[in-house]
Write a protein that binds this ligand. Structure first.
Ligand code: GLV
Length: 318
């Protein structure tokens, strides 16, 4: 049996399958692997099943001369914690789990849009703290999203699923920014010439690009400046796609209406200055947190491992 390191416990159904087919070692923690652990894993195992935040950096991979590990079967669609170029240079295949989590992540985007625009977090805090004095016609007014324009940054699988929900479900107009030309967004949607155009026009911006060196701080102070004062910003991708400090300053200055965030630059650290703001909804990276979705993601990782060791075409090589 091949030696497999599983970096964090997966749903039981997935662990059972893995244990039947591999000699599994499971790390006894929910914390990400350090770079030292990543290097050691590349020496000691035939395969690793890593996930969010595990330290497979260029440095960690580069240190290992002849890795025993030949595949990093990532659990999750985002693999910004793995230096794919460094892995390729050492003959290590990297796979991910796209598709299985598209709808669940798009759902969280909708939840954040609604929670931010309809002030749900704020309202919940009011009820729980005993501050609610009763309904009245101008209590806690927010923004109606029907008929508004959503601007989607990154029209990949998840961007398209968000566009569908916004258009079909909420009657929103859809504009978007994407690095390459998108022939079919799935619903009527207009690709605009620049990021600034989308930031300027939309009432709600949703960030759905993968985290990578190319998208680091894509939403910077200038992009935030372009937003309208009544607009909301939602991020379900990776925290560092937004310049978090610039966003905090923008929110503090009241230059946009609010934000809904599922991801942060230094997870799990959420700056106190962000927590102090009432016009932000803060979720703990819930993008894929449905039981069946996590099981499906796990089974995709299993399929990738199986195909790799059977010498078959690996379905989700990145
Ligand atoms: C979760 O954030 C993922 O990348 O799958």
């Amino acid at each position: 049996m091949k030696r497999l390191l599983v970096s964090r416990a997966l749903p039981d159904s997935v662990m059972q399958v893995l244990r039947a087919e591999f000699d599994v070692t499971l790390r006894p923690t929910t914390q990400p692997m350090s770079e030292d652990e990543a290097s050691a894993a590349l020496m000691g195992y035939d395969a690793v099943l890593p996930t969010l935040g595990d330290g497979f950096t260029a440095d960690a991979i580069g240190r290992v001369d002849e890795p025993r590990c030949k595949i990093l079967a990532n659990f999750g669609v985002g693999y910004n914690h793995i230096d794919v170029g460094a892995a390729a240079a050492k003959g290590i295949t990297v796979t991910n789990t796209p598709g299985a989590l598209t709808d669940a992540t798009a759902d969280i985007a909708m939840m954040l849009i609604l929670m931010a625009a309809r002030r749900a977090g704020e309202g919940e805090r009011m009820v729980r703290s005993g501050q609610w004095t009763g309904w009245h016609p101008v209590q806690m007014l927010g923004m109606h999203i029907g008929g508004k324009t959503v601007g989607i940054i990154g029209m990949g699988r998840i961007g398209k699923a968000i566009a569908k929900r916004c258009h079909d479900g909420f009657g929103m107009d859809v504009v978007f920014h994407n690095r390459s030309n998108v022939a079919d967004a799935g619903v009527p949607a207009k690709q605009l010439g620049s990021l600034a155009d989308v930031m300027t026009i939309a009432d709600v911006i949703v960030v759905a690009v993968p985290g990578s060196p190319e998208t680091y701080h894509l939403i910077d102070a200038a992009a935030l400046k372009a937003m309208q004062p009544h607009a909301y910003l939602v991020n379900i991708s990776r925290g560092d796609v937004i310049d978090e400090a610039a966003l905090i300053a923008t929110l503090q200055a009241g230059e946009i209406a609010g934000a809904g965030l599922d991801v942060y630059e230094q997870e799990p650290h959420v700056p106190d200055t962000l927590k102090a703001l009432d016009n932000v909804v803060l979720l703990p990276h819930l993008g894929t947190n449905a039981e069946e979705v996590r099981a499906n993601m796990g089974m995709m990782a299993v399929e990738n491992l199986r195909a790799f060791f059977n010498g078959a075409q690996v379905p989700n090589r990145v």
